[in-house]
Design a protein around this ligand. Structure first.
Ligand SMILES: [Zn+2]
Length: 161
């Protein structure tokens, strides 16, 4: 199954929010949990990179998890080309598509410390830490403070037509 991660944030004096290196950066760590559909066990927090490479049978995937409940093993692969920069405050934008096998379902996305903001005065701020779901930047020469609040992420089942 494929799941689309969408994110939103309340942005003030920020016109663009994107992972360091852009939406398809292979070095962006994604933190989330995986629920097993076979036994309903919820995993500990996982960290998955698109640049990660793990052998899974004859395939190479980004992440493999053996469920602690039922011992089934599933894989996660990040698929590029579906994300967009976040440019509208308070509205969800797609960030990344996750392919999950053998009943694994991603949930509980947590923001990391590697975000890049572009302010409305075109300053670029890198390595923005959104672990606490908010960020308060320095005031610019116009007296405006770039601010991010209430970051949210959600995984939705992705249907291909
Ligand atoms: Zn299980």
């Amino acid at each position: 199954m494929k799941y689309l991660l969408k994110i939103k944030a309340d942005m003030s004096h920020v016109k663009k929010m994107t992972p360091n290196g852009g939406v398809d950066s292979g070095n962006m760590p994604y933190f989330f949990k995986l629920r097993c559909e076979h036994c309903d066990e919820l995993s500990k927090r996982q960290c998955v990179y698109m640049s990660g490479a793990v052998n899974y049978g004859r395939d190479v995937v980004n992440h493999v998890l053996k469920c602690k409940g039922c011992k089934e093993t599933g894989a996660v692969t990040l698929i590029s080309g579906y994300g967009r920069d976040l440019t509208v405050s308070g509205a969800y934008a797609p960030l990344m598509l996750f392919k999950c096998t053998n009943g694994l379902v991603p949930e509980g996305y947590e923001f990391n410390g590697g975000w890049t903001l572009t302010t409305d005065s075109n300053k670029v701020i890198m390595d923005v830490n959104l672990v606490s779901n908010s960020f308060y930047g320095n005031f610019d020469e116009y007296g405006n403070q770039p601010t991010i609040k209430n970051t949210r992420g959600k995984f939705t089942l992705y249907q291909e037509y």
